[in-house]
Write a protein that binds this ligand. Structure first.
Ligand code: NAD
Length: 301
């Protein structure tokens, strides 16, 4: 089995890395928050796994065959791998090592990063995910793969199958990241429209729970009516485990992509502005499900 290094043990990285450990891979984790990686190793050891350890510096991953990154942005991924030039992790990895970026990164940046890594004979595959924390825990994520190197993809496929059960090869390098941003644009639009309908309905005297019940058996049904609105919005839990800053970033990636292909379409522009407003009003670390609170406040001003 390949030696796996996992960078970023956050809301998603933790359960994904746990499934890699469960599948038996020799696993080394690294996070800039050392408490997280230490706690992760201690939890895995407590669950009877002896194949997991952590390192306090990224260079400790240099002997790994495959590196998985699950970090907030593509810029952070690129910096983590290439900063330091000849002393960077990319330079220290064995030739032929494979990096799998599972973060939701910018597709054009992914192609730039691949060119930098190629100088060190390191291969990049993009494999962002969808399904959130519950499906990361269950190991049933959807994984959208972009790859130019078929043998490298074949090598990492069993590893990806440890984290997800719906693997899609979307095309060449960057296509996975493009697909992920477009998926999240559509999802963010569903939330935005559902939230606006709820704000208007509530003001007119409709009951919010009844509204969601009706939408769930009608044509407005979507991920948010199904999974999020009752517990997290009406129940005010606001704890889906996906930060509003990250969703705003994803919609902006889709908007940048639309510019790059010469199709700057209007709904995408508006949805990008709405999520930037939610992020700036709430603070980027708050849960994405709380965006309705920011929009309610600004609508009532
Ligand atoms: P998170 O903020 O919970 O986790 C990120 C982790 O990376 C943190 O533990 C942080 O300490 C660590 N980190 C930051 N910079 C680092 C660096 N330079 N080196 C090592 N570690 C570093 O984020 P998340 O919710 O796990 O999301 C990760 C990625 O997955 C993002 O790109 C996000 O858009 C995407 N995503 C998230 C969800 C979700 O539901 N949360 C779903 C699908 C995709």
């Amino acid at each position: 089995m390949q030696k796996v290094g996992f960078i970023g043990i956050g809301n998603m990285g933790w359960p994904m890395a746990a499934n890699v450990a469960k599948a038996g891979y020799p696993l080394t984790v690294f996070d800039t928050d050392p408490q997280r990686s230490e706690q992760f190793v201690s939890d895995q050891t407590g669950d009877g796994r002896s194949n997991v350890n952590s390192v306090s510096a990224i260079h400790g991953l240099a002997s790994c065959d495959v590196i998985v990154t699950m970090l907030p942005t593509g810029k952070i991924v690129s910096d983590a791998l290439t900063q330091g030039g000849d002393d960077s992790l990319a330079a220290r990895l064995t030739k032929g090592a494979i990096i799998v970026d599972m973060s939701s990164s910018e597709p054009t940046g992914t192609r730039d990063l691949a060119a930098k890594l190629a100088k060190h004979e390191v291969i990049l595959i993009d494999a962002p995910v969808s399904g959130g924390v519950p499906r990361a825990l269950a190991g049933t994520l959807s994984i959208m793969i972009g790859a130019d190197d078929a043998p490298a993809l074949e090598l990492v496929t069993p590893l990806l199958q440890a984290m997800g059960d719906r693997l899609f090869i979307t095309g060449g390098l960057g296509c996975g990241h493009a697909m992920k941003a477009l998926n999240n644009y559509v999802a963010a639009t569903c939330y935005t429209a559902t939230a606006e309908a709820m704000l208007i309905g509530e003001k007119f005297g409709l009951d919010l729970t009844t509204m969601v019940d009706i939408m769930n058996v009608s044509t407005a049904r979507n991920f948010f009516t199904d999974i999020v609105m009752k517990d997290h919005v009406i129940g005010e839990k606001y704890a889906t485990g996906f930060a509003v800053g990250l969703l705003a970033k994803d919609v902006k990636i889709a908007a940048d992509l639309s510019e790059a292909v010469g199709l700057p379409l209007p709904v995408l522009q508006l949805v990008t502005e709405r999520w930037a407003l939610a992020r700036d009003t709430l603070g980027g670390q708050r849960d994405n499900s709380e965006a309705i609170v920011a929009w309610k406040e600004t609508a009532e001003r």
